[in-house]
Design a protein around this ligand. Structure first.
Ligand SMILES: Cc1cc2nc3c(=O)[nH]c(=O)nc-3n(C[C@H](O)[C@H](O)[C@H](O)COP(=O)(O)OP(=O)(O)OC[C@H]3O[C@@H](n4cnc5c(N)ncnc54)[C@H](O)[C@@H]3O)c2cc1C
Length: 497
């Protein structure tokens, strides 16, 4: 092949794109993968790394009997709130996900990726959440290695800017290289769009979302919706565009340390997995938490227990339990601390009062944050001292807390609002658009459909681009969908004449 022709072109080097490239290359196809960023990974590399599936070896070892059919059925409950909000669900794609998630977990494990688990996640009726160790960077590391082994041509810092169509069939792309040069590339089997969601596209956020989502910041600035916009320009349609579960409250990410530079070698992750069964959890948990690079999201449990959200001026920021970051996103500073007292702290060390999910350990509690996230953990004997540490005006806070106590007492609530020392703060937290759920309409072969619901010849979509009205609420379904759909899109594309 010359250097601009291939059998298949994959747009995006995150989880779905890498899985797609591997699956196609294993069947003998010549693949070019374009990644707009300077390195591979996308939002997949930002994720916590939970993967939800039934019928796993982990479940079998624990004697859990679970099936794709049971997983499929439970998703009615998992998706219930989104369905009630009027978002459509695509049951054909749900079946594709739940049927293929077990095999794809094994496929990832065969590449060298190690998971711990399973962990509970109600309303799932079985323990299904599996957690990658040491972090989601392991996905990127092992998939990239396999792409190299298979000879996938990976063009980093190359942004695909348009699709090329001949005789009504998508036959290639135009891509802009690192020096701004645009060149055409062709592919005999077509193009798979795997370019992630549109959390960072101001234009698409404005089209679909209210002010607070438009104003919140994206976790991954490269999630610019390019795949969706390019396909739309060629007749594709977007479904569930207005669904984002955002803004989301997240702690600012940890600053990178030497821990984050440790490659997730197979021997290292296997050793960690072995030690997990032998070393007391309180020793291993902080170690695991240190690998974390992503922005973890505090759960509503914190606020139900009596934690308060405090802005930089000391004023309380209201918290809507259905959308924690709603009011935070509307504050000009988009920054606040979560504050609570000893009574609340005592509740935050055992299931179900976790602070956030976390890689490997699944659920992180206050003691995990104390040991592993010293950068966002604050403790003081008095409220005044805590406010001094944070640079927050204590008198403004005290006045607001008095008012809040009166409101809650009048409402019949009896919870401890910053009453008993020691006092704690976690943060800062910010309002983020973590991801958007709108994807291109696709069929079960992951072919992109036009407005007449007919496949656009030669065009496929996977991961967030190919979400196609599939509701994947809860933890661990997006990652599973990225890998499952990437593999399926590749199989269908390479066998199409
Ligand atoms: C903080 C955080 C934590 C999360 N944790 C979890 C979790 O634990 N479990 C779970 O299931 N889900 C999680 N998710 C969601 C999950 O990570 C994503 O839904 C999933 O990784 C999307 O995979 P993808 O392949 O579709 O997109 P991505 O992984 O984002 O890959 C898309 C790639 O395409 C590239 N690209 C974009 N435009 C172009 C272009 N024009 N040309 C070339 N390349 C382009 C991007 O740079 C990117 O590398 C989390 C998300 C966030 C933000």
């Amino acid at each position: 092949m010359n250097d601009k022709t291939a059998d298949l072109i994959v747009v995006g080097g995150g989880g779905s794109g890498l899985a797609c490239a591997i699956e196609a290359a294993r069947s003998g196809a010549r693949v070019i993968l374009f990644e707009k960023g300077e390195r591979l990974g996308g939002t997949t590399g930002w994720s916590v790394g939970s993967y939800t599936t039934s019928a796993s070896p982990h479940q079998q070892r624990k004697g859990i009997v679970d099936t794709p059919a049971a997983h499929f059925a439970d998703m009615d409950q998992v998706n219930a709130a989104a369905t009630r909000s009027g978002h459509t669900d695509n049951l054909a794609l749900r079946k594709l996900l739940t049927d293929n998630a077990p095999d794809t977990l094994q496929w990832l494990m065969d590449l060298g990726i190690v998971f711990l688990g399973p962990n509970p996640e109600p309303p799932h009726t079985a323990w299904r959440m599996h957690n990658v160790i040491p972090s989601s960077k392991a996905f990127v590391h092992f998939l990239e290695l396999e792409c190299h082994r298979l000879g996938v041509r990976m063009l980093l810092a190359h942004a695909v800017v348009d699709l090329r169509v001949e005789g009504g069939r998508v036959c290639g792309v135009a891509a802009k290289g690192p020096h701004g040069q645009v060149a055409d590339y062709t592919a005999s089997r077509g193009v798979v769009l795997a370019a992630g969601d549109f959390a960072a596209s101001h234009e698409l956020r404005q089209r679909y979302f209210p002010e607070e989502v438009v104003k919140a910041e994206p976790v991954n600035p490269l999630s610019s919706g390019d795949g969706i916009r390019m396909a739309e320009a060629h007749g594709a349609t977007i479904i569930n565009g207005g669904h984002a579960n955002s803004p989301r409250m997240r702690f600012v990410p940890a600053a990178p340390t030497w821990f984050h530079r440790v490659p997730p070698y197979r021997l290292f992750t296997k050793t960690l997995s072995f030690l997990w069964n032998w070393i007391p959890l309180f020793v291993l948990r902080p170690f695991m938490m240190r690998f974390l690079t992503t922005a973890l999201g505090p759960e509503p449990t914190l606020f139900k227990a009596g934690a308060l959200l405090v802005g930089p001026s000391g004023k309380l920021v209201p918290v809507d339990l259905g959308s924690l970051a709603l009011h935070l996103a509307r504050q000009p500073e988009n920054s606040a601390y979560i504050m609570f007292d000893a009574t609340v702290a005592a509740k935050l060390n055992a299931w179900p009062n976790f602070i956030s999910t976390a890689p490997g350990i699944a659920y992180a509690y206050l003691s995990d944050y104390r040991k592993a996230r010293r950068d966002i953990y604050f403790e003081a004997a008095s409220l005044e001292e805590l406010c001094r540490k944070l640079g927050v005006d204590g008198s403004v806070l005290t006045a607001d807390v008095v008012r809040e106590r009166a409101v809650r007492t009048a409402a019949g609530e009896s919870i401890s609002l910053l009453e008993r020392g020691p006092f704690y703060a976690l943060g800062p937290v910010r309002a983020y658009v973590t991801m958007t759920e709108g994807g291109l309409c696709v069929d079960e072969q992951l072919r992109v459909l036009n407005q007449a619901q007919q496949p656009i010849a030669g065009l496929y979509a996977a991961g967030s681009n190919g979400q196609g009205g599939l509701l994947i609420e809860g933890h661990g379904h997006h990652i599973a969908w990225a890998f499952v759909s990437g593999r399926i899109a590749a199989r269908n594309a390479v066998r199409t004449p």
